[in-house]
Design a protein around this ligand. Structure first.
Ligand code: ASP
Length: 347
């Protein structure tokens, strides 16, 4: 956590010529043999390992994307899950969603005191006729399904951060523009080691994961504690189907991270999958989605916003794009190949 975000400033300025280039449907997305799992940020390395255990034995991508992000949800070194930052009332609320190869979706929003929101989202998909369950209803459903109520308690790190925030109690939603780190600056560069903060924690609130299994089926998951010190009741993009995550097994899948409000406004992951359907590479589809957000916000405001998108197509090609440097993703397709890659960026 610690200084990991800059303040968001609202405003709408005209778009400069800098971002006006048309993006064509060709690109240099990574290609890897199936099965394959990719996920957002540094914590993706450990999450991929969890998913790989399932994929390497011929398991289903859907199982892999649940198991993979569960690793992150329970990690004490991560802001995802119950260890994450609370809302402005001091309560941790969690959002998660999951999609399978049949186009089914399950999602929980503003869920409290449950360790694995992704597994509750999976139960929504499997056991209810619904897609979204929210707040108390989501928690009641989780308990009915046998999940345990965890204590209402902040992690030590989150308690420290919250106390600091309370000093001013300013409501300026913050976004995750990364601390400038030399080894993450170059476009497409492979990063040797996960980037951590000085306290050893990973500095992101969200993990998104996409996988293709040995049968060529796609699935995806996304789980988050959301924006730090958000208004009570605020929900970002992460659990919203078509914004935080979208999977179409005929075409591809996409997942997003960053300032959720901007992602929701352009239904980013649905857009990315539809662009891939039209022939865009995963990377160029993500780039076009970034371009639309930059166009909407204008050049000046865009410099203070971060969003990052990750996509995987039916051929096992993958790619990513973000507004500014700092977004990374992890790619795994064998016991020995699990690497962190710096996403290309627009600014
Ligand atoms: N997208 C998440 C949200 O807006 C935050 C994040 O990706 O870190 O809630």
């Amino acid at each position: 956590m610690l200084q990991r975000r800059k303040f968001l400033q609202m405003g709408s300025l005209g778009m400069g010529g800098l971002f006006a280039n048309k993006i064509f449907a060709s690109g240099n997305s990574g290609i890897a043999k199936k099965p394959l799992v990719i996920s957002t940020w540094d914590a993706g390395i450990a999450a991929n390992k969890g998913a790989w255990e399932i994929l390497k034995t011929g398991g289903r991508a859907f199982d892999a994307v649940e198991k993979g992000v569960m690793v992150t949800e329970e990690s004490i070194n991560c802001c995802v899950g119950l260890g994450g930052n609370p809302d402005r009332e001091g309560i941790v609320t969690l959002d998660a969603c999951i999609m399978d190869e049949y186009g089914n979706a399950g999602s929980v929003l503003a869920l409290e005191r449950i360790k694995h929101p992704i597994s509750v989202a999976r139960r929504v998909l499997e056991k209810t006729p619904h897609v979204y369950l929210v707040g108390d209803g989501a928690q009641m459903f989780a308990l009915q399904q046998g999940f345990t109520l965890e204590p209402q308690k902040l992690s030590d790190e989150a308690a420290k951060e919250y106390k600091k925030w309370l000093d001013k109690s300013e409501y300026k939603p913050q976004i995750n523009i990364e601390q400038k780190q030399g080894n993450l600056q170059d476009k497409g560069q492979i990063v040797a080691a996960p980037n951590r903060l000085s306290n050893g924690a990973f500095n992101h609130d969200t993990i998104g994961m996409l996988a293709i299994d040995a049968n060529g089926n796609l699935s995806g998951s996304c789980t988050t504690s959301g924006m730090a010190f958000k208004m009570r009741g605020r929900v970002g993009d992460s659990p919203i189907i078509g914004a935080g995550l979208f999977v179409d097994n005929e075409v591809g899948a996409a997942v997003s991270t960053g300032l959720g409000e901007e992602v929701i406004k352009v239904c980013v992951t649905h857009l990315v999958v539809e662009l891939m359907r039209q022939g865009y590479s995963p990377e160029n589809a993500c780039k076009e989605a970034v371009r639309r957000i930059v166009k909407h916000n204008g050049e000046k405001k865009s410099k203070e916003i971060q969003v990052g998108f990750l996509a995987l197509n039916k051929k096992g090609e993958y790619g990513a794009y973000c507004i500014q440097s700092g977004f990374s993703f992890a790619v795994c397709n064998s016991d020995s190949h699990n690497e962190l890659i710096a996403s290309k960026h627009m600014i």
